[in-house]
Design a protein around this ligand. Structure first.
Ligand code: UFG
Length: 330
């Protein structure tokens, strides 16, 4: 297939682009190289167009000239905490820009899309593990922007025949198993890279945001899904996508890991003392989120390879310890 990939130079996008190229697809990446996008992360078999989704002229020219079969849409802002304080930035980037993209897809008769959604659309779930039929009541602007696009995709299926899949990611984590791609964001705000920065001596300590949650050890529980497993589920979704249907899947391991457990695992893997101290809760954080990924496994035939947090952290540690300054280390 000929694929247009927004955000394909970013953390999740770049791992997926490699998977798509490996499978023989032709890929054009569209990325503004801000917010974690790096040209070095783009597979050499893919074409990179440096551009912003807000640049309607460039976006239209690129889409119109490509004869694309489908779009994979990763580009978005994703800092939950920032979204609480800067909601309009999120509504502009994640909703308005995506609606423009959808309008251009319609104009150019591109009727297949895979969309990076999130488990943050569920808010505080009624119970865990989370299944897709649970109500979606996001508790932060980030989650609300992603849910709004799910609605737009659902409505577009009937109205103009768009076929799309919303993949509701849990916590994207890890790095390429060959050590050549990984997480490189400035400022960094995700738990695993921050913990490993402490191990590398780049940061003094890790703060545990909340130790009084109603969870087994009081810290938040998340489901850390490896980026290469996200790569395979995107490929399976786009290859099986039909027009005029909207599908949605949880993409997680099915295993919940607490912040404290993760720090202990990172100490063992890095062999370093990682100083951690309890801190206040972070706004917008649900206590416990982990997936029931059965639907994606059954309907798409997907099987995550990394279900042990230690294996996932090992790949992240390999990346961070060999790239202490991210892609700039190369
Ligand atoms: N955490 C800390 N200390 C830190 C950083 C994070 O204790 O310094 C905690 C957070 O409170 C949270 C957990 O570690 O409980 C994971 O935090 P991340 O910031 O790494 O990830 P989030 O769960 O907040 O969010 C991520 C993505 C979102 C996505 C969400 C789904 O950033 O895009 O996963 O769970 F929606």
């Amino acid at each position: 297939m000929k694929l247009f990939v927004t955000g394909g130079a970013g953390y999740v996008g770049s791992h997926c682009v490699r998977e798509l190229c490996n499978a023989g697809h032709t890929v054009v990446v569209y990325d503004n190289l801000i917010n974690g996008g790096h040209k070095e992360a783009v597979d050499t078999r893919a074409e990179l167009v440096v551009g912003d989704l807000a640049d309607d002229t460039l976006l239209e020219r690129t889409l119109a000239s490509g004869a694309f079969d489908a779009v994979l849409h990763y580009a978005a802002l994703l800092d939950v905490n920032e979204s609480v304080h800067e909601p309009l930035k999120y509504y502009q980037n994640n909703i308005a820009n995506t609606v423009s993209l959808l309008a251009l897809m319609r104009k150019n008769d591109i009727k297949k899309m895979v969309f990076s959604s999130t488990c943050a659309t569920y808010g505080v779930p009624l119970s865990v593990p989370i299944t897709e039929d649970m109500p979606q009541h996001p508790i932060n602007p980030y989650g609300r922007t992603k849910l709004a696009i799910e609605w737009a995709l659902r409505d577009s299926a009937d109205a103009w025949g768009l076929g799309s899949t919303a993949l509701r990611y849990f916590n994207a984590s890890g790095a390429a198993s060959d050590g050549t791609l990984g997480e490189d964001r400035d400022p960094e705000y995700h738990l695993i890279p921050l913990v490993l920065q402490v191990a590398l001596g780049q940061r003094e300590q890790i703060k545990i945001f909340g130790v009084d949650y109603p969870t087994p050890d009081g810290s938040c529980v998340r489901d850390y899904i490896h980026v290469e497993d996200l790569g395979s589920v995107h490929r399976m979704a786009i290859e099986s996508q039909e027009e005029a249907v909207f599908r949605y899947y949880n993409v997680g391991t099915g295993v919940g890991v607490s912040v404290k457990e993760l720090i202990v695992a990172a100490r063992e893997i890095s062999g370093k003392d990682i100083l951690a101290s309890p801190d206040v809760r972070r706004e917008g954080d649900p206590p416990e989120l982990y997936a029931d990924p059965t639907k994606a496994m059954t309907e798409l035939g997907w099987q995550p390879k990394y279900t042990d947090i230690r294996k996932t952290i090992e790949t992240a540690w390999h990346w961070h310890s060999t790239h202490p300054n991210g892609y700039a280390s190369v």
